[in-house]
Structures are given as structure tokens and as C-alpha cells.
Design a protein around this ligand. Structure first.
Ligand SMILES: *Cc1c(COP(=O)(O)O)cnc(C)c1O
Length: 416
């Protein structure tokens, strides 16, 4: 087992200054029941801690790094931009370049707006939908996660699920009175909600593939139903593709599934590892945003040149790998199936879900996950530290990485 003494000291120090030693809850590794990984550097599919241990990384900055860590081309391009200053708060050539490459890949976007996080993208999209339709209510699904806006932190996945919280304290009841909730895939519930509130619903927001309550593959039949009932009621469909955008294909997953949303939210991958969010729709909707329209949304840092160049270089590199997405899916499928089989051979109840290059694990008991996880980490494999978070592959993961991971997973399953 790898020693992690310097890491532990660093975390003890972090706890003196940061709440729980972290700036985002799941990073504390509470669910996994072990000391968190403090990462010094990353290269390709690997990250390194301060004790000099190497790990195959399946978290990849929460799915942001589809090319792996420190892609040389991307880093080189960013360095060039940095030399000229870090930001000006005005329009720059890089944001135009990033907009162009995204809009070519996702043809239903007529105009796009960049922000600095996925949370902001969703908040902007919901405000735009409300301003455009002149309606207040929104519908979201249980177990989906759309960032930390007050009115969306209800029955949400990700950190809330990991901590077992139904909602966040500090959200006034009035702020969530316009948030309607249904189970994902529950046509009857959706029908009843539209029957009751149809004329008041501005938008329905969904994740084309759930990734914040384990991996929840798309229910295409349900999504078609949703698309139709939304159109009939003149509401808008918001696809939260902060995680799924450019993850399954060079573009939108909803589009690939044949479901065209009215507004799409992007984030994670399109920033190449730097903080980003974006939302887009056809022009007629987007033109309701200020300065052209009366829906206000502004930002100091949106469209920052360094971030935009990072996204642009990432998508340019990714564009060259367009035809290799299916290979990435196959590799993920092979890894998932191997772990599934290994658990079965050992009579361990383990649900492994996978879709494209995402996978998640759910043991019968949390204790089992904790034992499995600690063994994994101690043997140089870094999985998401909660069963509710998704794991990802990147284009820098090799077959050898996968074989090693399968090998280590078997040892970890033996330790349960
Ligand atoms: C990560 C994520 C968000 C929030 O993005 P942040 O950049 O963390 O604010 C929203 N929706 C989905 C589906 C996500 O995966």
C-alpha cells in the first residue's frame, strides 16, 4: 500500500483554513472514509501526490479533462495567451473562436453566451426560459444535479446525495415554490404535472445521461414523450449538458439521441480544465438576453481569454479524435464488464453502470465501497470518492491503464 504522509500533513493544514479542508464538499473523501488525495501534478491519464505516488485518474477534474492532464498542445497555446495579459473584460478573438467551433459541432445553437461555471450556465438558461415564456415554474427530475442555484438544490444528486441530504439548509421555501419535481422516466407524473401547471411551466431541465447519482443512461422513449408534451404546452426544454457535452461525441448528447432541446447548457470539457460554462439556443430565444433583450445576466470574468483559449485548443485537439469516441466507449465497456464479472465470481453484489466513457459502481453496503476504495487508492487507482459520482475515461487512458485497473479491482474486491 502506498504511504501518504505528506498528503495527510497537507490536508491537516488545509483543515485549519478551509471548511472541512476543501472548497467543494465531496473532495473531503468523507464517503470513502479515508484521507483525501492531495494532487501535486497530472500528466496524461495519471496524477501524482506529494508523497510521489502515481495514480491512474478516473475523476479527471470531474469529467472536464477528456484529453487527460496537461495536454502539451493545449498548455503551449495557453502560455502564448498568458504572455499578453490575463484578462480585459472585453470581447476577444478567443471567445469568438470557441463559439464558432462549438456552434459548428452543435448546429441547433444560433447564439451562445459564455459564463464561468456550469452553475451559472444553468442559472442563465433558466432565467432566459422564464423571461422568454413569461412563466415562472420549472420542472426538474429527482436525483439530477444542475449546480448549486437555490431553486435547483431540491432532491439533487452529486454532493447532496453523497451526504444524504434531501435539500440544502439556507434555501427559503419561497425560492423553491416554483420548482416542480418528478421521477425520471415517470411519464404519468409528468403528465399530471403538466395537466395541473401546464400553462405556468417555463421549462423542463434534464441531464441527457445522468452523471450525478451514479451513471443513469438515457431513457429515449421518456425523452421523446417529454419533448412532445413540452412543445404542446409551449414550454422550453433545457438540456443540461455540462457533463455530457463533447463527452459521447464531438457535440451534444441530446442531439445524438435525436432529442433537440430549446436551450443547451455546457461546461466542464469545453473549458479544457479551466472554469467555464455556456448556454445557447436559437437566435430568437437568445436575443432576449441583454444587451439585445430584457433578460439580464452579466459577469466580470466571462469569456476570459486564457479560459477561452484552453477550451478552443482542447476542442481542436478533440476534433482530431472524433472517430475515436467509439473506441473510448468500448474500452469503458470492457473495464465495466470486467469489474462486474470479477464481483460476480466473488459473490459480491455490485452494480456497475456504464454509458459511453462514463461508469459508476454501487455496492450493497457503503462499508464495502469504503474497503474497496481504500485498497484501490492504495494500489494506484483513483476512482470517484463517492458511489454517486461518475467515473470517466480520457483519450489518454491506455489499454495498459485499463488492464492494471482491472487487476487492482480484483485485489480490492478480494479485500472486501
Ligand atoms: C458539474 C455540473 C454542473 C455544475 O457545474 P459547476 O461548474 O460545478 O458549477 C451542473 N450540471 C451538471 C449536469 C454537472 O455535471
Amino acid at each position: 500500500m502506498a504511504k501518504r504522509t505528506i498528503d495527510s500533513e497537507l490536508f491537516a493544514e488545509a483543515r485549519e483554513y478551509l471548511v472541512g479542508g476543501v472548497n467543494s464538499p465531496v473532495r473531503a473523501f468523507n464517503y470513502a472514509g479515508c484521507d483525501p488525495l492531495i494532487i501535486k501534478k497530472g500528466r496524461d491519464s495519471k496524477v501524482y501526490d506529494y508523497d510521489g505516488n502515481k495514480y491512474i485518474d478516473y475523476v479527471l477534474s470531474w469529467g472536464s479533462l477528456i484529453l487527460g492532464h496537461a495536454n502539451p498542445g493545449v498548455i503551449k497555446d495557453i502560455k502564448k495567451v498568458i504572455e499578453n495579459g490575463l484578462g480585459f473584460g472585453t470581447t476577444n478573438e478567443y471567445e469568438v473562436g470557441l463559439a464558432e467551433i462549438i456552434m459548428k459541432a452543435i448546429p441547433f445553437i444560433g447564439k451562445i453566451r459564455f459564463v464561468s461555471s456550469g452553475t451559472e450556465a444553468v442559472m442563465g438558461a433558466v432565467r432566459l426560459a422564464r423571461g422568454y415564456t413569461k412563466r415562472d415554474k420549472i420542472l426538474k427530475f429527482e436525483r439530477s444535479y444542475h449546480g448549486h442555484a437555490d431553486y435547483l438544490l431540491v432532491k439533487a444528486g452529486s454532493g447532496l446525495a453523497t451526504l444524504g441530504l434531501p435539500a440544502s439548509a439556507g434555501v427559503p421555501h419561497d425560492f423553491i415554490k416554483d420548482t416542480l419535481i418528478s421521477g425520471y422516466g415517470d411519464k404519468k407524473a409528468v403528465r399530471n404535472i403538466f395537466k395541473k401547471h401546464g400553462k405556468k411551466i417555463a421549462a423542463v431541465i434534464f441531464e441527457p445521461c445522468g452523471g450525478n447519482y451514479g451513471v443513469m443512461p438515457p431513457d429515449i422513449d421518456f425523452l421523446k414523450y417529454l419533448r412532445a408534451i413540452i412543445a404542446k404546452n409551449r414550454a422550453l426544454l433545457i438540456a443540461d449538458e455540462v457533463m455530457t457535452g463533447f463527452r459521447f461525441d464531438f457535440g451534444s448528447l441530446s442531439w445524438k439521441l435525436g432529442i433537440v432541446p430549446d436551450i443547451i447548457c455546457l461546461g466542464k470539457i469545453i473549458g479544457g480544465g479551466l472554469p467555464i460554462g455556456a448556454y445557447g439556443a436559437k437566435e430568437e430565444i437568445m436575443n432576449h438576453l441583454a444587451p439585445l433583450g430584457d433578460v439580464y445576466q452579466a459577469s466580470t470574468f466571462a469569456g476570459n481569454p486564457v479560459v477561452m483559449q484552453s477550451g478552443l485548443s482542447t476542442l481542436r485537439e478533440l476534433g482530431k479524435l472524433k472517430n475515436r469516441y467509439s473506441f473510448l466507449s468500448e474500452l469503458t465497456g470492457y473495464l465495466a464488464e470486467s469489474i462486474r464479472e470479477s464481483a460476480k465470481e466473488r459473490n459480491i453484489e455490485l452494480v456497475v453502470k456504464n454509458f459511453g466513457s462514463m461508469f459508476s459502481l454501487k455496492f450493497k453496503e457503503k462499508r464495502q465501497f469504503q474497503r474497496f476504495y481504500r485498497k484501490l487508492l492504495g494500489s494506484g487507482v483513483y476512482f470517484a470518492q463517492s458511489e454517486f459520482e461518475a467515473n470517466f475515461l480520457s483519450f489518454s487512458h491506455t489499454r495498459a491503464d485499463i488492464e492494471k485497473t482491472i487487476c487492482v479491482a480484483k485485489i480490492a474486491l478480494d479485500a472486501i
